[in-house]
Design a protein around this ligand. Structure first.
Ligand SMILES: NC(=O)c1ccc[n+]([C@@H]2O[C@H](COP(=O)([O-])OP(=O)(O)OC[C@H]3O[C@@H](n4cnc5c(N)ncnc54)[C@H](O)[C@@H]3O)[C@@H](O)[C@H]2O)c1
Length: 420
């Protein structure tokens, strides 16, 4: 029997794991991406995403059921298509142009009975009001009568080896009951557990609640950290102690800011829609965003004060930053607060070297020299700053050899260590 055909549009952090999982679940998979260099690397069996090893990718290619391509023509006769393209902000407003382009290019390949699912993060209403009309217009068919449309938010957590795509419950929705049944049946082949909700709007909002909750709680501990420092209380220990309460408390940890594609951006989708539709402010989101954005400058000021206490000035100080990615154990530098910390320090006249074991060379911030973590580098630095606490870094070497460590992640201990 012919395998069902799955098309995944966008072969990035979300689309590639889904495509590989689709092959493993028995689908014929076409992975479409407009980035020719990504498609070349994927066709050669070279993965650029930590969660998918090149061995796993090679195994998918070896089945003959995974085709990475730039050509939308390869989508013909598909049964299910998942769209996982970027949804960034442009001048503070959602930029859905990638979703629109993908919908327009896919529409001519839609045929009766097929299912199209949006996974890109977006504001409630996008699937029904934006994507579905584009698909109908380009295909000449109608939904829900002729083909099925749904939304399922992605919960992928890059670098998390415990909660992976297949064992994280997946929220699923459709624009009518039949679409929901189709979307649910598809994901039951991909993940262990699905959670159905009544409408695509609810599913779209679910994703935004998850990320807004994180953004707000991180802002809460970040503000608390700034205040606790002035009150001379160890906030890290207080959070750990509070986390021993078995109910009613979930621990969030402070840091130099928030980064990546989701946290700084997704809550803005919600506040943008609230403003546009209700002409009201989503005050929690705006306050949280403000606090988190102020953290890089706070970190730079704290380091300047620390150097001052040691009789050093920030001007011409040699600083060694550990970790540039927004998230530990990954190389993802999208909207990383480390880039803002480096920029703030450079503005104050510091010379910056950085250790980032996962970095792709093209992504290093301007003015930052990439170096290996060696005793000599640590000794020469006026301050070593732990920005992203990758597990592979040797923190004993740092605390043994540094004159001054500023630790934004509570990773190091010792008389020469100052915590955020
Ligand atoms: N990365 C995460 O951890 C994460 C988690 C949950 C949700 N999301 C959401 O999933 C969506 C995708 O994010 P991502 O991290 O995979 O992005 P990504 O940048 O890693 O990948 C997106 C890919 O889509 C490709 N693309 C853009 N326009 C295209 C088009 N018209 N046709 C074909 N390919 C196209 C790009 O070349 C890129 O390779 C976003 O909406 C994001 O918010 C991401």
């Amino acid at each position: 029997m012919q395998a069902e055909k799955l098309v995944v549009i966008g072969q990035g952090y979300v689309g590639l794991p889904l495509a590989v999982r689709g092959v493993e679940a028995g689908f014929d998979v076409v992975g479409i991406d407009l980035d020719t260099s990504r498609i070349k690397r994927l066709s050669a069996g070279e993965s650029f995403i930590e969660d998918i090893s090149s061995t796993r990718l090679a195994a998918a290619l070896a089945t003959g059921r995974y085709l990475p391509t730039t050509d939308y023509g390869d989508a013909r006769d598909f049964d299910v298509c998942v769209i996982s393209v970027p949804t960034p902000l442009r001048d503070g407003a959602p930029d859905l142009s990638y979703v629109e382009q993908a919908g327009i290019a896919l529409a001519p390949h839609i045929r009766p009975g097929c299912t199209v699912i949006l996974e890109s993060t977006t504001y409630p209403g996008t699937t029904e009001e934006l994507l579905c009309p584009l698909l109908m217009q380009g295909s000449g068919l109608r939904s829900p009568e002729d083909f099925h449309v749904g939304y399922s938010p992605e919960r992928i957590d890059p670098g998390n080896s415990i909660w992976r795509l297949e064992n994280t419950p997946k929220v699923v929705s459709g624009i009518d009951a039949m679409a929901l049944a189709k979307v649910d049946a598809f994901y039951r082949r991909i993940v262990d557990r699905t959670v159905t909700v009544d409408s695509t709007r609810v599913a779209e909002l679910t994703k935004l609640i998850e990320n807004t909750y994180r953004q707000v709680n991180i802002a809460l501990v970040n503000e608390l950290t700034v205040l606790a420092h002035q009150l001379d209380v160890n906030v890290w220990q207080a959070i750990d102690a509070a986390a021993t309460k078995p109910f009613g408390f979930m621990a969030f940890r402070p840091g130099p800011g928030v980064g990546g594609h989701c946290l700084p951006i997704d809550p803005c989708y919600l506040s943008w829609q609230v403003k546009r539709t209700l002409n009201r402010q989503f005050r929690f989101v705006e306050l949280a965003s403000d606090i988190n954005h102020s953290m890089p400058q706070h970190v730079a000021n704290r380091i300047m004060a620390g150097l001052n206490q040691r009789g050093r000035s920030m001007k011409d100080a040699q600083l060694l930053l550990l970790g540039l990615a927004y998230k530990k154990n990954t190389g993802d530098m999208r909207d990383s607060p480390a880039v803002d910390v480096a920029a703030e320090l450079a503005k104050l006249g510091a010379r910056i070297r950085a250790v980032e074991p996962y970095a792709e060379l093209g992504h290093i911030p301007p003015g930052v020299t990439l170096v290996n973590l060696t005793e000599k580098e640590v000794r020469t630095a006026d301050a070593v700053v732990v920005v992203t606490d990758h597990d592979t870094l040797d923190y004993d070497l740092v605390t043994d050899s540094a004159s001054y460590v500023f630790d934004t992640r509570n990773r190091c201990t010792g008389p020469n260590v100052e915590r955020l």
